[in-house]
Design a protein around this ligand. Structure first.
Ligand SMILES: Cc1ncc(COP(=O)(O)O)c(C=O)c1O
Length: 404
């Protein structure tokens, strides 16, 4: 029996076939069960901020596991309070910011959804979200996710959510004093690394403020320095009412958080929300160490610089497939001229490169924030090889110009 047989028999089928079986990682590399080495430019979907098995991650998890792993939220622990304070500082909440800890992105957004309901009450039942947005797979966060095909098998949805086009005009038209909150991703990652229109975040802040609605920014994919600021909303110089974070914050340890700004943080009161594991000392110690290492290593600036370097090199590649790049920092969407992204991902894997296709004509690159010249040079070689493999196949498949 192969591992493919085991996976096919024992795992639920909500994910497609696993593409490889990885057994070990170090830095920007992972190894499969046959000892083949891969350059990892997916990083667990924007999770492994420090790469694999980083000494700071390993040291924190080992130290904390041998000290105190879990006590429940009846009690405080030093790593939890230190992480809350660090997140407030990095997000720039000021003293009245507050943090709720969960264990995933979906849990952070569930908390944000409940925050929106507490704010809205019966008088403000409407919640706005963007078409094509992705906010998670639980019933609450699926209701916020603007992809009808994902919702369809699970109807009816949790009510009250309306999806709008991603234009300032559509937002202006939809907002009124019956709206509790607007949810948005600063860059729509799962939709294909789609940037917001110029000025959108500033307009969203102005308009939500005018109507008394909360502005809730989902930084689950964009946060932890990935876009070249600690959080992507900071590029726009605005102050949201809340942000949600997960993925890169824990660097591989499952953790998520809702961070509030100003009065929004006072909406929760005892009994309104909770999680057994959320904010436990193990997860918060690891996330604290990951964020400390991102700060110490200047990795937010590295994400900005390496992002620019990669983008410039990708559009110069000798390839007829690439039409341009979207995104910011080390959240990069490579736009393809043909809907062959899945074939490029498969070819890349053959060549020893892990990347991903959020849709048919986009390749998403979200490597560790630690990458440098060596990884970038190797990436460019492997990516070009994968593109050429697919280009050659396209040429072979193209109908002959001289037909009988
Ligand atoms: C923007 C965004 N929000 C929410 C989520 C859900 O996070 P999780 O898979 O940790 O529940 C994701 C995951 O891809 C995401 O990219």
């Amino acid at each position: 029996m192969s591992w493919q047989d085991d996976a096919g028999r024992d795992l639920v089928r909500s994910f497609g076939d696993r593409m490889a079986m990885f057994v070990r990682g170090e830095g920007a590399y992972v190894w499969d069960a046959d000892g083949k080495r891969y350059l990892d430019f997916l990083a667990g979907i924007a999770v492994n901020s420090l790469g694999h098995a980083h000494p700071a991650f390993v040291e924190a998890i080992t130290r904390q596991a041998s000290t105190l792993s879990h006590v429940s939220n009846y009690f405080a622990t030093p790593p939890q309070l230190e992480l809350a304070s660090r997140l407030k500082r990095l997000a720039g909440t000021g003293p009245d910011g507050r943090v709720y800890f969960g264990n995933s992105g979906a849990e952070a957004n569930e908390a944000a959804f409940k925050l929106a309901r507490l704010h809205g009450g019966p008088g403000r039942p409407r919640i706005l979200s963007l078409k094509d947005a992705f906010h998670g797979r639980t019933m609450g966060t699926l209701a916020l996710t603007g992809k009808p095909w994902m919702q369809e098998p699970f109807l009816p949805m949790v009510g009250g959510v309306e999806f709008i086009d991603t234009t300032i005009e559509a937002l202006d038209a939809a907002l009124d004093d019956g709206v509790a909150a607007l949810f948005l991703e600063p860059i729509k990652g799962e939709a294909g690394v789609i940037d917001l229109p110029e000025g959108y975040l500033r307009a969203a802040r102005e308009l939500t403020e005018r109507h008394g609605a909360l502005l809730i920014v989902d930084e689950i994919q964009t946060g932890a320095g990935r876009t070249g600021e600690w959080f992507a909303f900071q590029h726009a110089g605005i102050t949201p009412d809340a942000i949600t974070v997960a993925k890169g914050i824990g660097g591989g340890f499952p953790i998520g958080a809702l961070i509030t700004f100003g009065a929004a943080g006072d909406l929760f009161y005892p009994g309104t929300h909770g999680s057994t594991f959320g904010g436990n000392p193990l997860g918060t110690a690891v996330a604290g160490a990951v964020l400390a290492e991102i700060e110490r290593g200047g990795l937010v600036d590295n994400a900005a610089e390496r992002g620019t370097q990669l983008r410039e090199a990708i559009v110069r590649l000798d390839s007829t497939l690439v039409s341009g790049c979207r995104g910011q920092g080390l959240l990069i969407g490579v736009a393809l001229r043909h809907p062959v992204a899945k074939a490029v991902v498969a070819a890349a894997l053959e060549h020893g490169l892990v990347i991903n296709a959020p849709n048919d004509d986009t390749i998403r690159l979200v490597p560790a924030l630690t990458i440098g010249d060596v990884e970038i040079d190797e990436f460019l070689q492997l990516f070009a090889a994968a593109l050429h493999t697919v280009e050659d196949a396209l040429v072979l498949d193209a109908p002959s110009e001289v037909s009988a």
